[in-house]
Design a protein around this ligand. Structure first.
Ligand code: AKB
Length: 330
């Protein structure tokens, strides 16, 4: 057997002789489509169902199954799970930190009620469920450099509060009902598919601005140190974590990261490719959020328990982003 065939066989043997059927919620957000592409290459196109409440482009439909699913409609979700015989849910739907502050009641509905539906669904149908958490689940009382896996969590954004809630609900359902809840706390995720409404998003916008107009106005101070990772590492950590045998997991919620940098350090690296780059700094309300978040994220438990290892450091990340963002303008 070639390696791919061998690993396919391992996957099949691991989960009752067939690859898992996977539902991704919030599928048209920053992580959904790239995640679906990776999972489809591993488990087969038809086994990964992307969902959202947004009308998809033709390209999304051509790439594989896409369904309407409203995470606030429990019956609708049950129907999707039953009809498609879902085994795993990857629950991406959420309002991020900055946008959540602008619409707290919507964030409560999407991030908290949506999570209740997911965890209940996972319990009822015995699904493996992945919910991303974030560096935003920490707050000004947490140690910031480094921030360990287990420490004080008193976030000051509704996004952070909803993510601590998700972590606790998932752990509770795991202990009480044996639900296979898995959660990684991600740092800022850098991708050429723009996100929306985060505090770490300057680190994406700066690439687009640099290549399009040679200048960027940053809403954070130049010395704001935050943990970050490239989307390739983020999705690889997710997929590796989803396939770790249960007995290897010492906890259900792990910190993962790749690096930490400031806007100034990032701008210096980008200037190697765009020497004329000018960056000005005009901190706004997102500065307060960033100042309450971890500066350096300690992910040693993920590295020790299930072998997490990042691939992209700052130099590699900038090189790849310059390539990918350039393609957008080609
Ligand atoms: C945000 O900035 O809100 C997100 C995150 C770090 O969770 N990117």
């Amino acid at each position: 057997l070639c390696n791919t065939a061998k690993s396919q066989q391992t996957i099949r043997n691991f989960s009752s002789n067939r690859p898992p059927k996977i539902l991704i919620t919030g599928g048209l957000g920053q992580l959904g489509t790239a995640c679906a592409q990776l999972l489809r290459s591993k488990y087969g196109q038809e086994n990964v169902i992307l969902s959202d409440i947004i009308k998809p482009s033709q390209q999304i439909v051509d790439e594989g199954p896409y369904v309407f699913a409203d995470i606030l409609d429990f019956k609708g979700l049950q129907k999707v799970v039953v009809t498609h015989r879902i085994d795993w849910i990857i629950h991406f739907s959420a309002l991020l930190s900055a946008i959540g502050e602008q619409n707290v009641s919507l964030a409560v509905r999407v991030n908290i009620e949506g999570m209740h539906n997911m965890i209940e669904l996972a319990k009822q149908y015995k699904l493996r469920v992945f919910v991303p958490s974030t560096i935003g689940a920490f707050g000004p009382d947490s140690p910031r450099n480094p921030t360990p896996n287990l420490t004080i969590q008193r976030p000051r954004t509704i996004y952070g509060v909803s993510k601590v809630h998700a972590e606790l609900m998932g752990e509770y359902y795991h202990h009480k009902f044996g639900t296979d809840f898995r959660c990684l706390r991600f740092p800022g995720v850098i991708s050429a598919d723009p996100p929306g409404g985060g505090t770490t998003d300057y680190a994406i916008a700066i690439f687009f601005d640099a290549l399009r107009k040679g200048s960027h106005e940053c809403y954070l101070r130049p010395d704001t140190l935050l943990p970050m990772m490239h989307i390739n590492d983020c999705l690889r950590s997710l997929i590796e974590y989803m396939t770790v045998p249960e007995e290897k997991l010492k906890r259900r919620v792990y910190n993962v990261t790749a690096m930490s940098f400031t806007p100034e350090q990032l701008a210096d690296k980008i200037a190697k490719y765009v020497p004329e780059l000018r960056v000005s700094y005009k901190p706004d309300s997102r500065q307060l959020i960033a100042d309450s978040w971890p500066q350096v994220f300690d992910d040693s438990e993920a590295r020790a328990d299930w072998g997490w290892k990042h691939e992209y450091d700052l130099d590699k990340l900038v090189e790849l982003m310059i390539k990918e963002v350039t393609k957008h303008y080609a």
